[in-house]
Structure formats: structure tokens, C-alpha cells
Design a protein around this ligand. Structure first.
Ligand code: UDP
Length: 369
């Protein structure tokens, strides 16, 4: 059986690395990797870490690319590749344009698609764009869907599965996190270190500038506060960050290796982020999360009490940062999300699900058709 795993960005590689490893542990499977390299540097950093060598590299990244241009290039390159390789299944993860375009190419050729991290919904096609659109599209045309949580499973159930098979697995980010822990953060620990990541499309422009002004105001008001911010290489973000965030206690860093990022996360008091993966990791490591987004497709983080959805609202960011800095009891109360995203064996379940679907393994418990 030939499985083609397609990935294009950092979070896909992080969350698919354990799936590739689990599939490669199974006899009778040949698992090939196709990198679209939608994000070149960030993808390569993760591929190196997990010692994954793409069998096919489409190298599609272009400066200033838009989602529709990426989709067009993925479809144009992947179509002929699928016709040549003839995989028995294509595996995609999450909600990127790479994943959606790969699913489309596979479906067009009658190749079944398995979707890892299925069923997440913000219920607003414009936020996040194009991710929500991508998720719904991928889930609709997949033969196999792997929701990470009960909530995601319920979303898929409500949309009627129409013959697709759904197996709840937990999130493979927990598997990845467990295998990548042990990185380095600089030895000196600031008493009030807070990790920041901000990069989503929704925040670009004015909202980002307002949030940066808040971060500056906060370090001025709290003399022990240190923001550590590995900045996404997107030029729109990087330029604004370098221009606006000039302060000795706002440390702008290049993208960190995954283990080093986790080391910083572990020693932070809490996290300010608009990233999906970072929310999940923070919760797994018992860190409170302030989510700088208007809408979330990860309501579990909020329901667990570990996260707060602040909107793109500087005043709320200032209020909540100050509360968390000054109230250890609140921090403790918001540190109880461990286990929310599974037990670190999600990838094994994904591999078992795929094997069964392809007639090469027993039926995993909890199938839902
Ligand atoms: N990450 C990393 N180094 C960094 C910043 C983030 O390895 O400097 C990891 C992080 O741990 C998480 C993933 O990248 O697993 C999140 O990626 P991103 O924010 O690009 O995507 P999103 O989660 O928003 O889809």
C-alpha cells in the first residue's frame, strides 16, 4: 500500500511527523512525503528536526503569495505527480491551502483522502480565511476523518458524515510535543517571562499596530515583564515588529526550532497568541493562554478555563495580561487544561484507522460511519 502524505507549512509538518513515523512502523505500507513548501524555511526547519526527507518537493513558495495562487500551483504540480505515483491514499492535515488543494487533486483522481485534525469549525468562512473554508471543504471530500476532540467529532456528526468514516484520535500535536521536548532556552530566567506569537492574516495592518502598542505599554508599566516573541518571517509582520517593538524587555527572535520554542513555552508564565497549534501546546503544558482572535475553532481551550478569547482588542489584552501577571491564583486556575488534546498516541490511531480502511488491519474501536 502506498500512502502519500502532503505537507506545506510548519504546523502541518509538526503534526504529521508522528503520523509518518506511525505509518512507517507498519508492515506492508510505503509512506511517501510530498512537500509543497508553501512556507519554505519554516517547513524545512521542522523536516530537519524530525529527519524527514521529502520524496517529492514541489518548492512552490513565491514572495507575496495569495491563497488562490498557492492553490493553483499545488493543483498544477500535484495532479501529474498523483497520476504518476498512484497512491492508495493521500493524507492531509489541518486547514492550509496545501491541504485543501491536495485533497481536491486526490479526489479528482478517485484517490481516497484521510484528514488529520478534522472537524474544527469557527463557523465563519471569513475568519479565519481561508482556513475555515479549507477545513469544511477537506472534511466534505475526505473518506476518512480524524477529529482530535469530542467537540470536533460532534461538528462532523452534525454535518452528516455521508459514508465517511470518523475516528476520534486526540491531536497529534501532543505526540509531536512529547518527542520534541528538551530544547534550550537561554539560562537567565526573567521573573515574568511571557511568550508571544502573532501572525495571522486577520491581525495584519491596524489591529497588529494597536496590539504592539499595548505590548509596549505593558512592558513600561510592569518592570519585571519580558515579552519573548519569535517573529513569523512574513515580511508584513517582521517589518512592523522591528519598527515598533523597540524595547529591551521585548525580545524579538527569529523562528525558533520546535524544541527551543517548547523550552521557552515551559518557562513562560503564560502565552499571548493567535496560533492554533500554540494554544494546544500551551494547554498541554499547563500554561494559561490569551487568544488574540475574534473567533476560535478551538472552544475546548476556553471551556477548560485555560484560555481567554480577547478579540483583537488592546484594552482587553492589557487588562488580562496585568491580571495574569499580578494574580498567581488566577494563573493556577488557568493551568488545568492538560489532557485536553489526548494522550500522545493520536498518530498510532490515525495509522490504525488508515490500515483498517485499506483492509490491512483490525477495525479500531469507536468507528463512526
Ligand atoms: N513554532 C515553532 N517555532 C517558533 C514558533 C512556533 O516551532 O518560533 C511552532 C509552535 O510550537 C506550533 C507551530 O509552530 O506547533 C505553530 O505554527 P504557526 O503559528 O505557524 O501556525 P498555526 O498553529 O497558527 O496554524
Amino acid at each position: 500500500m502506498r500512502i502519500l502524505v502532503v505537507m506545506g507549512t510548519r504546523p502541518e509538518a509538526i503534526k504529521l511527523a508522528p503520523v509518518v513515523a506511525a505509518l512507517r512502523r507498519r508492515k506492508g505500507f510505503r509512506t511517501l512525503i510530498c512537500a509543497t513548501a508553501q512556507h519554505r524555511e519554516l517547513l524545512d526547519q521542522v523536516l530537519r528536526l524530525f529527519r524527514l526527507k521529502p520524496d517529492f518537493d514541489l518548492d512552490l513558495m513565491r514572495p507575496g503569495q495569495t491563497p488562490d495562487a498557492v492553490a493553483k500551483r499545488v493543483v498544477a504540480s500535484l495532479g501529474p505527480l498523483l497520476a504518476r505515483v498512484k497512491p492508495d491514499m493521500v493524507v492531509v492535515q489541518g486547514d492550509t491551502t496545501t491541504a485543501a488543494a491536495a485533497a481536491l487533486s486526490a479526489a479528482e483522481r478517485g484517490i481516497p483522502v484521510a484528514h488529520v485534525e478534522a472537524g474544527l469549525r469557527s463557523f465563519d468562512f471569513k475568519d479565519p480565511f481561508p482556513e475555515e473554508l479549507n477545513r469544511v471543504f477537506i472534511d466534505t471530500i475526505s473518506s476518512l476523518v480524524f477529529p482530535p476532540t469530542p467537540k470536533a467529532k460532534l461538528n462532523l456528526f452534525r454535518e452528516k458524515l455521508n459514508g465517511r468514516l470518523s475516528l476520534m484520535t486526540g491531536n497529534t500535536v501532543v505526540d509531536a510535543l512529547k518527542s520534541a521536548e528538551g530544547g534550550q532556552a537561554p539560562k537567565h530566567v526573567n521573573p515574568q517571562e511571557v511568550l508571544v506569537t502573532l501572525h495571522r492574516r486577520e491581525i495584519h495592518g491596524k489591529p497588529l499596530k494597536r496590539i504592539y502598542t499595548s505590548l509596549l505599554g505593558l512592558v513600561k508599566r510592569h518592570e519585571d515583564l519580558l515579552f519573548v516573541y519569535p517573529v513569523h518571517p512574513n515580511p508584513l509582520i517582521l517589518k512592523t515588529a522591528k519598527r515598533m517593538l523597540r524595547h529591551s524587555r521585548i525580545r524579538l527572535l527569529p523562528p525558533l526550532s520546535y524544541p527551543d520554542f517548547l523550552a521557552h513555552l515551559k518557562r513562560s508564565l503564560f502565552v499571548v497568541t493567535d496560533s492554533g497549534g500554540v494554544q494546544e501546546e500551551a494547554v498541554c503544558l499547563g500554561k494559561p493562554v490569551l487568544v488574540v482572535r475574534e473567533i476560535t475553532e478551538r472552544p475546548e481551550v476556553l471551556a477548560s478555563g485555560a484560555g481567554r478569547l480577547l478579540g483583537l482588542n488592546p484594552a482587553r489584552l492589557e487588562r488580562w495580561t496585568t491580571r495574569l501577571l499580578t494574580d498567581p491564583a488566577l494563573r493556577r486556575k488557568m493551568s488545568h487544561g492538560r489532557g485536553l488534546y489526548g494522550d500522545g498516541r493520536a498518530a498510532e490511531r490515525v495509522a490504525a484507522g488508515i490500515a483498517h480502511w485499506l483492509g490491512r488491519g483490525p477495525r479500531p474501536k469507536e468507528w463512526r460511519a
